[in-house]
Design a protein around this ligand. Structure first.
Ligand SMILES: Cc1cc2nc3c(=O)[nH]c(=O)nc-3n(C[C@H](O)[C@H](O)[C@H](O)COP(=O)(O)OP(=O)(O)OC[C@H]3O[C@@H](n4cnc5c(N)ncnc54)[C@H](O)[C@@H]3O)c2cc1C
Length: 336
């Protein structure tokens, strides 16, 4: 961890949040030669509730950040096995001129630290255990944030531009006036891990016909993502557009799904390796505004998640890269 850059106007960009969005933005801005600091309230390696699945599109972004080699030691998969109504379809990733024909499953504790350290190697300052408490706003312009290190006295980190990458809850973004468009759908999902000899299956699996423990069809879909480390990540997700969405107990839904697939996946559904945790997923760009005077909002904080499957890691990387490009232009055209 580096020291906090203090003093007026000392850095070009302050990034709030060191998840996929913040770390990728830090990498691209530092690579372009800008003075950038990422504040992350937790210490790496830190957990993030996730399915841990990386599509070829996300892998492409990681490879573009020079992470192809370290990524290769994790579990690589060939495509998606979709199951429904007693049928299975194994759908290989297509060959594509830009994206690879494989994905990876990487625990977020490993993935996010790898991307954050890569930003540091590119020249970014990473401040772990630093929470951005509130934006510094002067005459309507955001000039950084007041930041507390491990709960201590706040200091001001001043920057020409601020990137909001603080995830789905986005307290910092909301302090700047962002909100979710209520009429648009959002998702909720829950996951845990189980040991299984099938931990390195070459397919990720998605069940399109979830059932509860009574065999009644339930809303949502289930996933089994082999992590390759002796475990699989198993979860269920559903959309707010489902009837009776608010009355669905996702813990029970996950439990039912785990029992449904237990024999086939050789898991003990009563013995997860860790407690199931859940999270909300804003999607379809439903959170805004995504920009204001001297700030931009990226990743989950901007609702940048695919509403089809709940994939957000790639969109965090991509919105980060777009934001870095825009800020690079602003910082180099003399108007910064
Ligand atoms: C159950 C579940 C399963 C999912 N499965 C997948 C999947 O398999 N594949 C996929 O692509 N996507 C998946 N997603 C979505 C994915 O997890 C998110 O889209 C992705 O993490 C977004 O990255 P982010 O950087 O925007 O936010 P985050 O990953 O949430 O990172 C935000 C970071 O900001 C930090 N932070 C927050 N507030 C502050 C503050 N004030 N000061 C400093 N730091 C702060 C947090 O500690 C965190 O590290 C899933 C989501 C859920 C809930």
């Amino acid at each position: 961890m580096s020291d906090a850059p203090t003093g007026p106007g000392e850095i070009d960009v302050l990034i709030v949040g060191g998840g996929p969005a913040g770390a990728a933005a830090g990498y691209w801005l530092a690579t372009a030669g800008h003075r950038v600091a990422i504040v992350e309230r937790k210490h790496y390696p830190r957990e993030k509730t996730c399915g841990d699945g990386l599509t070829p599109r996300a892998v492409h972004q990681l490879e573009e950040m020079g992470l192809g080699d370290p990524l290769a030691k994790f579990h690589r998969f060939d495509g998606l096995r979709a199951t429904a109504g007693g049928r299975e379809l194994e759908l290989k990733w297509p060959s594509h001129p830009v994206y690879p024909s494989y994905g990876y499953v990487v625990r977020r504790s490993d993935l996010d630290e790898m991307v954050a350290r890569n930003a540091v190697a590119a020249g970014a300052t990473l401040l772990e255990g630093h929470e951005a408490l509130a934006p510094v706003v002067e005459r309507g312009f955001v000039h950084g944030a007041s930041v507390s290190r491990d709960g201590g006295e706040p200091i001001e980190i001043r920057a020409k531009y601020t990137l909001v990458a603080d995830g789905a809850n986005s307290r910092f973004g909301r302090a700047l006036g962002t909100s979710r468009t209520r009429e648009w759908p959002y998702g909720t999902a829950i996951r845990t891990y189980f040991e299984t000899p099938r931990h390195d299956d070459p397919w990720i699996e998605s069940a399109l016909d979830l059932k509860d423990r009574n065999g009644t069809t339930a809303p949502g879909y289930g996933w089994i993502f082999p992590v390759g480390d002796g475990t699989v990540n198993i979860g269920v997700g559903l959309l707010s557009t489902f009837r009776d969405f608010t009355s669905v107990n996702t813990t029970h839904l996950l439990d039912g799904y785990c029992h449904q697939i237990a024999d086939r996946w050789q898991i003990d559904p009563e013995a997860p390796t860790q407690r199931a945790t859940s999270g909300r997923i804003p999607m379809g760009g439903s959170v805004g505004p995504k920009q204001g005077p001297t700030y931009l909002v990226i990743g989950d904080a901007a609702g940048a998640v695919n509403p089809f499957n709940g994939e957000g890691i790639d969109y965090a990387y991509e919105t980060a890269r777009m934001a870095a490009d825009v800020l690079h232009e602003a910082l180099t055209d003399g108007n910064a």
